[in-house]
Structure formats: structure tokens, C-alpha cells
Design a binder for this molecule. Structure first.
Ligand SMILES: *Cc1c(COP(=O)(O)O)cnc(C)c1O
Length: 468
């Protein structure tokens, strides 16, 4: 009975997928529904009795087709997008298998899958076999685990006694917002994250970091953690890891490299130099669900020394750890207890296209970013705000308010793209994270945007003409 039902459900699933794939070609941007109306409009209400099969199908179909289409040719809005078929296959399989990754007893060979992906990445970034690694529930969580390791490394008593010192963390002015949240979770406090300014290429200024650390030391505080960013969220800049390592070495401070967005550049021969020095960092993380296009979430965290990961995250649990060597009981180094299998989708992708295929994905993303940046740079109606070797292209068009332009493009069902800020400037933030795109998709982006402005010129008040 159950068997037949699952087979029927999978047939329905396949039907929905087919519909979605057809629909996103003709309706690439879903018209937004006011959020307060969605329960009514999509018949989401839950009740005592289940729906008839027919109405269930109808509701599900409508829901699927009216959900924002992150794999369409018009989606440039966030740091993920597109689809890698083999990764989707792996993720679907992990749902069917439904293992939890904490022990070898219940995850079996999936433990080997996770360990192999981690080991191969660790080798590529230059960590030796003492490394430790895990798949946290996202980049923010990877940063959190890194901060906890740094805290416990700084003072081995904290995990037992709590935080008593004034611990200070450092991050650049454009580092990810999770750093402040994590500081509050870790008992450090948001006010104890020092914000270090960046140069005009969006890189943390090492001498400013040094100055700030000295100031904190002179007050008797305890600097313990610096996070460098490999691909900042808004402008895609890469901090100079080597230079930051020199400063952190001087004071014996933990250096983490947050590569959630741009860290996968190490797969590219041409761009791995952006992460020079990462092999000297105490920890490193990146999201395969951003640059590499696996389904959400797929985040990897590495500690240079496995002992740090174990010290912070191991906990005896007799009910759980009943067999096998701890090296194969992955719960000994994870934040969660039950943990979904995020490794399989990365492994199926990697196994099928090889390291060469992953390298092509990364190179294609930088290529597309160059195409878009060159277009903006050479077109007199555009102003460019970002720099080379970045996957983010910040621009404004004819001085139009970027907020107005982005929301207008979205509401009219043309394009999904967001805006960002850097150094008091606000701009449209175009992203390159979908390796299925081609040059033409970016050129289409610009022509849709230009046509939209031309046809709706009355709505766009030119800021620069207002200013003058
Ligand atoms: C996206 C991002 C994160 C957060 O990753 P999530 O998986 O969304 O939690 C952290 N750091 C940087 C630099 C990011 O761009």
C-alpha cells in the first residue's frame, strides 16, 4: 500500500517538474502576490480533513508555478540560482534514503561520501591530513562554528565555565552580517565585533586591523578572532589572506576565511590566487550552493587542525555512539545531532563531471561576470561601482534610483535583481552564480532593463538631473 502510494506521489512529482520546466521558459518572473493574501490566494489553509486528490494536485501545481523561479533566465537576485541536474539527483536521493549523518551505523557509506568530498577539498586548499571538516546548515552556521572553535582555542575553560573575559572579534565593514549575530550566540556580544574599514576595492585594510588590535590589547581586552572574506556578499571582493595572516600571527589570533560566496574559486586554476594564503588560515568555509549551483543548502567548513573541531563539538552520548571508530561517527564534529545529508548532492555532481567540470563552472562564472562588467564599463549610460575579479557587478543606469528600478522590474515581471551599497553609494547588484547562463543571457538582461526604462520613462526621475 505505502509502496504504491509513494510511486504515485513520485509520478505526480515528475509531472510537476515537467510543468515547472516548461512554465519557467514562458513565465520566468512570477508576478508577486501581496504577502498577506497568499494563504487565501493559494488555498494554503489547513483543516481537520484532507483535500480530495484532485484539489490537492491543483493546489500543489499552482503553488509550484507561482513560486519565484530561481533557475529562470531572469533571476539575478541572490547568491544562488540555476540548476545542476546531477546535484539535484543526489539531493533527491538523500531525501529518499533519509539517513542522519551522525553515526556510521545509520549513514553507512554516506559517511564515506561526506569524508571524500571534504578530503578532496581540503587537499585542494592545501590543508594536510590533520584537517577536520563538516557540513553545517549554511554559511552563517559555518561562520558560527568557526567562531566557537576560535573561542575555545583561545581559552579551553570557556566551554565549561562560560565567557568571563572581554573577547574581541574583527571583521571588515562589508563582512557578512552573521558575524555579529554569531558573536551574540557565542556569548561574545555584538558590541565586541570590531568593524575594520576597507580600501576602495573592498578589501579589509591590514594596518587598520593591526591598529585596532593594539588598541584593544592596551585596554586589557582579549582579541581572539579575525574573519577574512573570500567574496564579500555585496561587492564580491577578496580580502588579502596573506596580509591578514601576518597580522593575526603577530598576536596569535585565529584567522577564519569566510568563502561562502566566492570560496569555491579554489577549483579554478585561473582564479585560485584570489585565495592565496588560505592554507595558513585556521579555518575556511564555502557554500557549494552558491558558486557551484548545488541545491540549498550545501556549506562546507574546514579546520586546519581537527582537534579544534572535536574539542568544541564532541559530546559523549552513549545512546547514540555505540559502534565504530569516532572518525566515522560524524556527529562528533557537528553542531546538530540529527543532520541531513548535504554531501551527497555535491558528490553526485563532482563524481559525474569531475574536478575538471567543477573548474569549468567556476571559470564560466568569472567569464560571465567579465562580460557583464565590460558591458557596463563601455556603455556611457552606465556607471560601474565594482572591480575586476569579482562575481558581483554593481552599476547604475542613467542615474536612476536603483531601489526604484529593481522593484519596478520585479513588479512588472521582467527581471529579478537586487541592489546593494558600498562606501555610501547605492547600485543595482548584478550577480554571476548561475553557470548555465551564457553571455547572451547577460546581454538580454541589459536590453530588457534598457527597454523597460525607455517604455516607462515617466516613472524614473533622473537623480543626477535633480542634483544639478
Ligand atoms: C551568503 C554568505 C554567508 C551566509 O551563508 P548562508 O548559507 O546564506 O547562511 C556568509 N558569508 C558570506 C560572505 C556570504 O556571502
Amino acid at each position: 500500500m505505502t509502496q504504491i502510494m509513494i510511486e504515485k506521489d513520485l509520478v505526480l512529482f515528475n509531472e510537476l517538474v515537467e510543468l515547472l520546466l516548461e512554465d519557467e521558459l514562458v513565465n520566468p518572473v512570477v508576478e508577486p502576490t501581496p504577502p498577506e493574501d497568499v494563504v487565501d490566494v493559494f488555498d494554503l489553509g489547513l483543516s481537520e480533513f484532507g483535500s480530495s486528490e484532485e484539489s490537492f494536485r491543483k493546489i500543489l501545481k499552482n503553488l509550484a508555478l507561482q513560486t519565484p523561479k530561481t533557475a529562470s533566465k531572469r533571476f539575478f537576485n541572490q547568491l544562488f540560482g540555476g540548476r545542476q541536474g546531477k546535484a539535484i539527483l543526489g539531493d533527491l536521493l538523500s531525501v529518499m534514503l533519509n539517513n542522519s549523518m551522525y553515526t556510521y551505523k545509520v549513514a553507512g557509506p554516506q559517511v564515506g561520501v561526506e569524508k571524500e568530498v571534504l578530503a578532496e577539498c581540503a587537499k585542494m586548499i592545501g590543508y594536510d591530513s590533520n584537517f577536520g571538516g563538516t557540513f553545517p546548515a549554511g554559511g552563517s552556521m559555518s561562520n558560527f562554528m568557526a567562531m566557537i572553535m576560535a573561542r575555545d582555542h583561545f581559552n579551553k575553560r570557556i566551554k565549561h565555565d562560560g565567557v568571563a573575559q572581554k573577547l574581541i572579534a574583527y571583521a571588515s565593514e562589508i563582512s557578512h552580517y552573521s558575524n555579529k549575530k554569531n558573536a551574540s550566540f557565542a556569548g561574545i556580544g555584538r558590541n565586541n565585533v570590531r568593524i575594520i574599514s576597507c580600501n576602495d576595492r573592498g578589501e579589509m585594510i591590514p594596518s587598520e586591523l593591526d591598529k585596532m588590535i593594539q588598541e584593544d590589547l592596551s585596554k586589557g581586552y582579549s582579541p581572539f578572532y579575525v574573519t577574512a572574506t573570500a567574496g564579500t556578499t555585496v561587492v564580491g571582493s577578496y580580502d588579502d589572506i596573506e596580509a591578514l595572516r601576518k597580522v593575526t600571527d603577530k598576536y596569535n589570533i585565529w584567522l577564519h576565511v569566510d568563502g561562502a560566496y566566492g570560496g569555491a574559486a579554489f577549483f579554478s586554476k585561473k582564479y585560485k590566487h584570489l585565495l592565496n594564503g588560505v592554507e595558513k588560515a585556521d579555518s575556511f568555509s564555502f557554500n557549494a550552493h552558491k558558486m557551484l549551483g548545488t541545491p540549498l543548502t550545501c556549506s562546507l567548513l574546514f579546520a586546519k587542525d581537527k582537534k579544534d573541531l572535536t574539542y568544541s563539538f564532541d559530546n559523549a552520548a552513549d545512546y547514540l555512539y555505540q559502534t565504530s571508530d569516532d572518525d566515522y561517527n560524524l556527529g562528533k564534529t557537528s553542531l546538530q545531532c540529527g543532520r541531513r545529508n548535504d554531501a551527497l548532492k555535491f558528490w553526485t555532481l563532482w563524481k559525474s563531471i569531475g574536478t575538471a567540470g567543477l573548474r569549468e563552472i567556476v571559470d564560466q562564472l568569472f567569464h560571465l561576470a567579465n562580460t557583464a562588467r565590460n558591458y557596463v564599463d563601455q556603455h556611457p549610460d552606465y556607471q560601474l561601482y565594482t572591480f575586476e575579479d569579482s562575481l558581483s557587478i554593481g552599476f547604475n543606469y542613467k542615474g536612476i534610483d536603483p531601489r526604484l528600478l529593481c522593484s519596478d522590474l520585479y513588479e512588472s515581471g521582467e527581471l529579478m535583481v537586487g541592489y546593494g551599497q558600498f562606501k555610501d553609494e547605492e547600485f543595482v547588484r548584478l550577480i554571476s552564480v548561475n553557470a548555465n547562463f551564457e553571455d547572451q543571457d547577460y546581454l538580454n538582461f541589459f536590453s530588457i532593463l534598457e527597454k523597460h526604462v525607455e517604455q516607462n520613462s515617466e516613472r524614473f526621475v533622473n537623480i543626477s538631473s535633480l542634483k544639478s
